[in-house]
Design a protein around this ligand. Structure first.
Ligand code: F6P
Length: 360
């Protein structure tokens, strides 16, 4: 059997991209006699501008534990894919030409939501596509888990753990800002794992007075400190009611005063409670370093699942994991959908039950 496959990693990176690509290539090379692998530089950019290199088994050896991506990545917004580049190049046509020039049997695309939408567009254009769900946000519809999430969760939890000792010594209010603009899965899980007292996520808009109440209640109970796990995309009830355009305008104004939502919340808490507030933003550390054991296993399963789908010549799918089983999910079904935290989620319920405030 001869197979020619293309690989690309697109969007924000995460810890288990290399581990996943390793799974795909090792999974194929043990069954396919003649395997050719083309790796595209920096995501869709490499596919558009024909920047690629042929990779061998050696390139996939020793990368299981290596964070980042050996191919490089970049953000190529889906909404601009149909817009010609500065030189008038039709990006979609350019990607198709690269694919056909290399006579690929399949293009394996690792990325998050935006990446998946472009993957689906290429499928609609007739290319054989397999999408592999990467993101520390765990917000891809059609899979219970994305690779990268558990590794980032370890780091975000560790950040809260570290803050605990210093918060207790000084008796301060601490905000730990966790990645996730649209979806609060990482913040919710890290908040619970790290024992945060308040968790603010985009899906549950907060009332700053309720947040202040939670802090005051702890003060009254003799607790010296309060830790808030705040998602990058946390939003107040008031802002959540604004039309999208108005909210965007408000955000444009906000960045002139505050680098992020946490700084605004800190100011408000200080004003209402008089407490001293400190902010910690682990930022891109959450996407860095090596994948945790869970992610290495998940990536290997997803990679092997993709290899099997290629051997079965089944394309136009995402390889997800549902109820612990690797599943082939049609891209037509999942592309463009976001998996958000339901305010009725069992974990939200459990967190509330043990006294964590969501400021709602
Ligand atoms: O999508 C992954 C993610 O890490 C989000 O959690 C975060 O909001 C965003 O990417 C940051 O993007 P960038 O690396 O472009 O700053």
């Amino acid at each position: 059997m001869i197979k020619r496959i293309g690989l690309l990693t697109s969007g924000g990176d995460c810890q288990a991209l290399n581990a996943t690509m390793r799974g795909v290539v090792k999974g194929l090379s043990n069954s396919v006699e003649n395997l050719e692998v083309y790796g595209f530089d920096d995501g869709y950019k490499g596919l558009i501008y024909g920047k690629y290199r042929m990779l061998t088994a050696k390139d996939f050896s020793g990368i299981l534990t290596q964070g980042g991506t050996i191919l490089g990545t970049s953000r190529q917004p889906f909404k601009l894919m149909r817009v010609p580049d500065e030189k008038g190049l039709d990006k979609v046509e350019a990607m198709k030409q690269t694919y056909y020039k290399l006579c690929l049997d399949c293009l394996v695309i690792l990325g998050g939501n935006g990446t998946q939408k472009t993957a689906n567009l290429l499928r609609e254009e007739g290319l054989n596509i397999i999408h592999l769900p990467k993101t520390i946000d765990n917000d891809i519809w059609g899979t219970d888990m994305t690779f990268g999430f558990q590794s980032a969760l370890e780091i975000a939890t560790n950040a809260i753990d570290c803050i605990h000792t210093t918060a207790a010594s000084h008796g301060r209010v601490f905000i730990v800002e966790i990645m996730g603009h649209k979806v609060g899965s990482l913040t919710l899980n890290a908040g619970v794992a790290g024992g945060a007292d308040v968790i603010l996520i985009p899906e549950i808009p907060y009332d700053i007075n309720k947040v202040a109440e939670a802090i005051q209640k702890r003060n009254k109970a003799g607790k010296r400190f309060t830790i808030l796990a705040v998602a990058e995309g946390a939003i107040s009830k008031e802002d959540a009611e604004l039309p999208k355009k108005k909210y965007k305008e408000k955000l444009t104004e906000r960045v002139k005063k505050y680098p992020s939502v946490s700084y605004e919340i800190a100011d408000q808490i200080q004003a209402v409670t008089g407490s001293e507030v400190r902010i910690t933003v682990p930022g891109h550390m959450q996407r860095g370093g090596e994948p945790c054991a869970y992610d290495r296993v998940l990536s290997t399963r997803i990679g092997a699942g993709a290899a099997q789908a290629i051997m079965d010549e089944e394309y136009g799918i995402m390889i997800g994991v549902i109820n612990g089983k690797i599943k082939r999910v049609p891209l037509a079904e999942c592309a463009g959908k976001l998996k958000m935290v339901s305010p009725k989620d069992q974990l939200v319920k459990a967190a509330k039950q043990i006294g964590i405030s969501f400021g709602d």
